[in-house]
Design a binder for this molecule. Structure first.
Ligand SMILES: Nc1nc2c(ncn2[C@@H]2O[C@H](COP(=O)(O)OP(=O)(O)OP(=O)(O)O)[C@@H](O)[C@H]2O)c(=O)[nH]1
Length: 395
């Protein structure tokens, strides 16, 4: 089953689940309406002009009634949602801005639809570029659609919309056929994971989140604060380390980052840590010194732990749109990037960047950040992403 079919299936399942829930909640509402006392707190509040809650003291605190006790035990028996459902909810929430942004652009484009002519393709390209799917992909989609018989026969807005979204999903799927989005671990010793990227994209935060996750899975984790460039970076990493219960190897401010890496990598290897995360400094990506610094660190890591680094994760800030794509190109050329962490997806209306990264970079997105908390970093799931992005657009 292709990605688009999975997306359609998900949509049908969720729509029918939602309508069942609506019937159920309507029934509950009907019952509760009948049980509701005639004088509610709200009306008391409205009459007295101030909150009832404020007047509660230990003396007049209401006793739990028999009915409330029953409903509490009912709540306790309620089944926990399936992990896939939880994941879908997280993606839906995290992609809210992108989804509404894309839907607004797309609906505007469709509202002007009269016929499939040259103007139509021009407007489509503009819409796609505006949604940050990347220039190359926008042109490719538009070119492919010119050959599409189904589009030629489409007369209604809904048909046009379905053909275009199916094309986007199919193309996205085809571009990712050889992509390996799994994390690679060293089976014979310490796994070394390097995080690279420009200033402020979320490297330190991502290390904090990943170390919390792996620590909770029972792995022993060590952090290396090799960002000696920015004052405060080491402290920030130490704070995450303390929260996750993970030790941090740090050097003095402005110390040679390579010396911190050397100390950390030998400690991790000799003391048999499962994972070492290396936080690097993020100056401008075209800064030659930064690239040389990264190369030096990588040489030391390779020398001390053969086969390392096992992952070089490039962190990109999704809110920077096409700028993130430029950064990806530069880093890909000068370091052995194995995957991408796309942060701040919660704060962008430009989720289309995921399409551009796959289409133009052929680098797998391995993780996505939907917020600042440790649990907001999620493994990248293409199905959830496609669903979260387009669910409002397909009937
Ligand atoms: N909303 C949101 N904020 C995030 C996310 N990831 C990181 N941030 C925030 O982005 C800001 C920068 O994150 P850092 O981890 O300091 O970035 P950095 O790449 O280490 O920065 P430098 O050390 O300057 O290179 C912080 O305020 C983070 O809380 C995310 O997924 N969503």
């Amino acid at each position: 089953m292709g990605l688009f079919d999975i997306f359609r299936k998900k949509k049908v399942e969720v729509t029918s689940e939602t309508s069942e829930n609506t019937v159920e909640s309507k029934t509950n509402q009907d019952n509760s309406e009948r049980l509701e006392p005639t004088t509610s707190n709200d009306s008391q509040e409205a009459e007295s002009g101030h909150s009832v809650t404020e007047e509660l003291t230990s003396d007049n605190f209401p006793q739990v009634t028999e009915t409330e006790k029953i409903s509490e035990s009912e709540v306790a028996l309620e089944p926990m949602p399936e992990p896939e459902v939880v994941e879908q909810q997280i993606y839906n929430k995290g992609l809210e801005k992108s989804r509404t942004g894309f839907a607004a652009r797309f609906n505007k484009f469709l509202a002007n639809f009269r016929s499939v002519d040259e103007d139509f393709f021009e407007a489509l390209e503009e819409t796609l570029v505006g949604a940050d799917v990347g220039f190359d992909m926008a042109i490719k989609i538009s070119d492919d659609l010119r050959e599409e018989v189904k589009l030629e026969n489409a007369h209604r807005q809904e048909d046009v919309r379905d053909v275009i979204i199916k094309k986007m999903v199919d193309m996205y799927e085809a571009d990712g056929v050889d992509e390996d989005a799994t994390m690679h671990f060293n089976v014979n010793g310490t796994t070394v994971i390097l995080l690279v990227g420009v200033n402020g994209v979320g490297k330190t935060t991502t290390i904090g989140k990943l170390s919390t996750k792996y620590q909770q899975q029972g792995k022993s984790v060590l952090l290396a604060a090799a960002d000696t460039f920015r004052a405060g970076a080491t402290k920030q990493l130490q704070e995450w380390g303390a929260r996750a219960g993970v030790p941090v190897v740090a050097g003095k401010e402005k110390a040679d980052p390579a010396s911190v890496v050397f100390e950390a990598v030998t400690k991790a290897r000799d003391e048999h840590y499962d994972i070492l995360f290396v936080d690097t400094a993020g100056r401008l990506q075209n800064n030659v010194n930064l690239m040389q610094e990264l190369e030096k660190m990588t040489r030391i890591i390779k020398r001390e732990v053969p086969g390392a680094p096992h992952e070089v994760l490039l962190v990109l800030d999704a809110t920077t749109g096409q700028n993130a794509l430029q950064q990806a190109k530069l880093f890909k050329n000068s370091s052995d990037v194995t995957g991408i962490v796309l942060t701040k997806m919660d704060g962008t209306a430009k989720g289309g960047i995921v399409f551009a990264i796959r289409n133009e970079m052929h680098l797998p997105v391995k993780w996505v950040g939907f917020g600042e908390k440790a649990s907001d970093l999620r493994e990248f799931k293409p199905e959830e992403f496609i669903y979260g992005m387009f669910k409002d657009l397909i009937a």
